[in-house]
Design a protein around this ligand. Sequence first.
Ligand code: RP5
Length: 168
Amino acid sequence: MVKKVKPLVAVVMGSEKDAEVMAEATRILDQFRIPHEVLVISAHRTPERCRSFARGAIRRGIQVIIAGAGKAAHLAGVIASHTTLPVVGVPLDAGLSGLDALLSTVQMPRGVPVGAMSVGRSGVANAALYAAAILALHDKRLARNLAGFRRAQGARVVRRPRPPKSGK
Ligand code: RP5
């Protein structure tokens, strides 16, 4: 029998429409071989699902929650209100270039923190890398892999810009 690996990270999005951009997190978590789950939970359309997910997350062994949402992005904040796990919020661009979601995510009132990433795809990627950094505090293999990722990323940066292609 194949033993099911318990997820350490939950990747949550407010709408199925967010799935394409949120897949960036899955790609990175897969790259670092971090077990994760991916769920659609709407804080306003499925409030009970939101509550039971957040309340049960610690018991299920989840260590970090990534929550991406657009517009009045209250998903990360509502999840954070039900758990003491680190919640990483990603504002998604579903209108107003994501400024609405950015302010909703970053402006959490004192007492219930949400770690806020940048808007959109790069924020999603950084959320996954941030989750990896949290888990790496207690996982030496993951810490080595993260350091290697940073080295490889730096090695790809050219020292001088290549001459621009001449256009007509
Ligand atoms: C948010 O509103 C979702 O995260 C999504 O980005 C946006 C639009 O979703 P729908 O209302 O169109 O499903 O809740």
